[in-house]
Design a protein around this ligand. Sequence first.
Ligand code: AKB
Length: 320
Amino acid sequence: MKDTQRILVTGAGGQLGQELVRTLMAVFGEDRIVASDIDRTKGIHFTQCAFEPLNVFSTEHMETIIQHYNIKQVYHLAAILSALGEKDPTSTWQVNLDGLLAVLATAQKMEVERVFWPSSIAVFGTNSPLDNTPQYALRDARTVYGIAKVAGELWCQYYFERYGLDVRCLRYPGLIGYRSLPGGGTTDYAVDIYHHAVKGENFTCYLGPDTRLPMLYMPDAIKAALQLMKAPREKIKVRPGYNIQGMSFTPAEALRSIQRFYPEFRVEYAPDQRQLIADGWPKAVDDEMAFNDWGWEPKYDLDFMTEDMLTHLMEKGVES
Ligand code: AKB
């Protein structure tokens, strides 16, 4: 990217967005990043770069921002997560799918060079092979969040094939980070459990002890997005969304990993409706294509992540 060109992040106030903006500023410079969110109060997180309140459905406003800042890359993160999405399927579809379509159309019109969009393991479902799920396994999504991700993946592929828009996608598993909290996902327990351990509180897990899911530590999640966006166009052979993961574990395994530092820490299990969602998701995914095409390689496994999470949460103090 040339010096005068900038990167726009939508939904920047969310769990992934806050961390992504931080890394993008470190890599490209603070003056090269424009954070945006529908919620203008999220601006408090972005004192070092430009912040624009933005509803992606206001496409004229989005065009003005793209023109004003000379935006050449967009990371479109604004979305409602899986568990929360089930409470209002119609709005979730609108925000997640129609929002993506508004961004794709605007990016194409305004000649944005590259778009990043996070897909999810939620594209898979009960009839997909759930052990080491292959890249091209049946996408049998059962949540509205997952259905919007399947449709979104196909739209991204369509925009690439029909208009040449260079849109790149990753199928994120559960994301775990210490800087920001997720909200409304099925994998959120894997963040909350660390906060409870550091606060010295026992934890009630809404998934059963043996529910295995693929996960990714935030530094690896951000590294993957930047690596994918940097890769030469011809290396990106999968347009709908690359499978990636850093590890795969159950709540019982997370507990054991935490107990190495907090032996007194205890977890109770009270599965709720999120158990049904988790039971239809992969236990692990095969991410070999990401490795082959653009060199994907995660750094963190469960124990390494646990140590890093607990160290940082102890240093910063957890939110109650
Ligand atoms: C969720 O739980 O909804 C997300 C996801 C796996 O896409 N973390």
